[in-house]
Design a protein around this ligand. Sequence first.
Ligand SMILES: [Zn+2]
Length: 144
Amino acid sequence: MLGASSIHELTSIDLLGEITLQMEWLGVGLACLIPLIFFIIAIALAVWVYKDAEKRDESGALWLIIVLLTGIIGLIIWLIVRPDMAEVERKRQQQQYYQQPPQQQQQYHQQPPKQSKQCPSCKNQMRHIDEHNRWYCDNCQEYK
Ligand SMILES: [Zn+2]
Protein backbone atom coordinates (compact mmCIF):
# COMPACT_ATOMS: atom_id res chain seq x y z
CA MET A 1 0.00 0.00 0.00
CA LEU A 2 2.76 2.41 0.99
CA GLY A 3 4.71 1.62 -2.16
CA ALA A 4 1.81 2.44 -4.47
CA SER A 5 1.05 5.67 -2.65
CA SER A 6 4.66 6.87 -2.78
CA ILE A 7 4.86 6.10 -6.52
CA HIS A 8 1.72 8.16 -7.03
CA GLU A 9 3.19 11.01 -5.00
CA LEU A 10 6.45 10.78 -6.85
CA THR A 11 4.81 11.04 -10.25
CA SER A 12 2.77 14.06 -9.28
CA ILE A 13 5.90 15.77 -7.91
CA ASP A 14 7.67 14.88 -11.14
CA LEU A 15 4.84 16.34 -13.17
CA LEU A 16 4.78 19.49 -11.05
CA GLY A 17 8.53 19.76 -11.40
CA GLU A 18 8.30 19.39 -15.14
CA ILE A 19 5.62 22.09 -15.38
CA THR A 20 7.76 24.42 -13.23
CA LEU A 21 10.72 23.69 -15.47
CA GLN A 22 8.66 24.43 -18.57
CA MET A 23 7.46 27.68 -17.03
CA GLU A 24 11.06 28.60 -16.29
CA TRP A 25 12.05 27.88 -19.87
CA LEU A 26 9.14 29.97 -21.07
CA GLY A 27 10.41 32.79 -18.86
CA VAL A 28 13.91 32.43 -20.27
CA GLY A 29 12.42 32.34 -23.76
CA LEU A 30 10.46 35.54 -23.15
CA ALA A 31 13.49 37.19 -21.57
CA CYS A 32 15.42 36.41 -24.75
CA LEU A 33 12.53 37.29 -27.02
CA ILE A 34 12.07 40.85 -25.75
CA PRO A 35 15.66 41.97 -26.50
CA LEU A 36 15.35 40.12 -29.81
CA ILE A 37 12.22 42.10 -30.69
CA PHE A 38 13.99 45.34 -29.75
CA PHE A 39 16.95 44.26 -31.85
CA ILE A 40 14.72 43.57 -34.85
CA ILE A 41 12.97 46.95 -34.42
CA ALA A 42 16.38 48.68 -34.21
CA ILE A 43 17.53 46.95 -37.41
CA ALA A 44 14.27 47.82 -39.17
CA LEU A 45 14.61 51.49 -38.14
CA ALA A 46 18.24 51.57 -39.30
CA VAL A 47 17.28 50.04 -42.65
CA TRP A 48 14.44 52.54 -43.04
CA VAL A 49 16.81 55.45 -42.30
CA TYR A 50 19.32 53.96 -44.78
CA LYS A 51 16.71 53.86 -47.55
CA ASP A 52 15.34 57.29 -46.66
CA ALA A 53 18.84 58.78 -46.71
CA GLU A 54 19.66 57.17 -50.07
CA LYS A 55 16.38 58.49 -51.48
CA ARG A 56 17.41 62.00 -50.44
CA ASP A 57 20.94 61.71 -51.93
CA GLU A 58 22.53 61.47 -48.48
CA SER A 59 25.00 58.82 -47.30
CA GLY A 60 22.79 55.86 -46.38
CA ALA A 61 25.67 53.82 -44.95
CA LEU A 62 26.71 56.64 -42.61
CA TRP A 63 23.19 57.07 -41.24
CA LEU A 64 22.75 53.31 -40.95
CA ILE A 65 25.77 53.19 -38.63
CA ILE A 66 24.62 56.27 -36.67
CA VAL A 67 21.17 54.77 -36.04
CA LEU A 68 22.63 51.35 -35.15
CA LEU A 69 24.96 52.98 -32.61
CA THR A 70 22.61 55.56 -31.12
CA GLY A 71 19.23 53.92 -31.75
CA ILE A 72 16.21 56.18 -31.41
CA ILE A 73 18.42 59.26 -30.86
CA GLY A 74 20.02 58.79 -34.27
CA LEU A 75 16.58 58.39 -35.80
CA ILE A 76 15.40 61.67 -34.24
CA ILE A 77 18.56 63.47 -35.44
CA TRP A 78 17.98 62.13 -38.96
CA LEU A 79 14.36 63.30 -38.94
CA ILE A 80 15.55 66.80 -37.96
CA VAL A 81 18.49 67.18 -40.36
CA ARG A 82 17.21 65.28 -43.40
CA PRO A 83 16.69 67.48 -46.46
CA ASP A 84 13.21 68.29 -47.66
CA MET A 85 12.13 66.20 -50.68
CA ALA A 86 11.38 69.38 -52.70
CA GLU A 87 14.90 70.63 -52.01
CA VAL A 88 16.33 67.27 -53.12
CA GLU A 89 14.39 67.48 -56.40
CA ARG A 90 15.64 71.03 -57.01
CA LYS A 91 19.26 69.99 -56.42
CA ARG A 92 18.86 67.03 -58.78
CA GLN A 93 17.49 69.22 -61.56
CA GLN A 94 20.40 71.63 -61.14
CA GLN A 95 22.86 68.74 -61.32
CA GLN A 96 21.17 67.33 -64.41
CA TYR A 97 21.49 70.69 -66.14
CA TYR A 98 25.22 70.93 -65.45
CA GLN A 99 25.83 67.27 -66.25
CA GLN A 100 24.29 67.56 -69.69
CA PRO A 101 26.83 66.75 -72.41
CA PRO A 102 28.09 69.86 -74.26
CA GLN A 103 26.72 68.75 -77.65
CA GLN A 104 23.26 68.41 -76.23
CA GLN A 105 23.37 71.95 -74.86
CA GLN A 106 24.57 73.23 -78.21
CA GLN A 107 21.86 71.40 -80.08
CA TYR A 108 19.33 72.98 -77.82
CA HIS A 109 20.43 76.47 -78.93
CA GLN A 110 21.06 75.59 -82.58
CA GLN A 111 18.28 75.68 -85.10
CA PRO A 112 17.70 72.34 -86.76
CA PRO A 113 19.48 72.52 -90.16
CA LYS A 114 16.58 70.79 -91.92
CA GLN A 115 14.35 73.86 -91.85
CA SER A 116 16.87 76.49 -92.91
CA LYS A 117 18.19 75.44 -96.29
CA GLN A 118 17.74 77.78 -99.22
CA CYS A 119 17.57 76.85 -102.85
CA PRO A 120 20.93 77.65 -104.51
CA SER A 121 19.12 78.80 -107.72
CA CYS A 122 16.10 80.85 -106.58
CA LYS A 123 16.87 81.31 -102.84
CA ASN A 124 13.46 79.93 -102.05
CA GLN A 125 13.06 78.01 -98.77
CA MET A 126 13.44 74.32 -99.64
CA ARG A 127 11.61 71.43 -98.06
CA HIS A 128 13.42 68.37 -96.78
CA ILE A 129 11.78 65.21 -98.06
CA ASP A 130 12.45 62.66 -95.35
CA GLU A 131 11.40 59.78 -97.61
CA HIS A 132 14.24 60.44 -100.07
CA ASN A 133 16.45 62.29 -97.56
CA ARG A 134 16.85 65.10 -100.09
CA TRP A 135 15.97 68.79 -100.40
CA TYR A 136 13.15 69.82 -102.71
CA CYS A 137 12.52 73.30 -104.02
CA ASP A 138 8.85 74.03 -104.58
CA ASN A 139 9.71 76.98 -106.77
CA CYS A 140 11.98 75.09 -109.17
CA GLN A 141 10.04 71.90 -108.60
CA GLU A 142 13.10 69.76 -108.40
CA TYR A 143 15.46 68.13 -105.94
CA LYS A 144 18.72 69.87 -105.22
ZN1 LIG B 1 14.56 76.86 -106.47
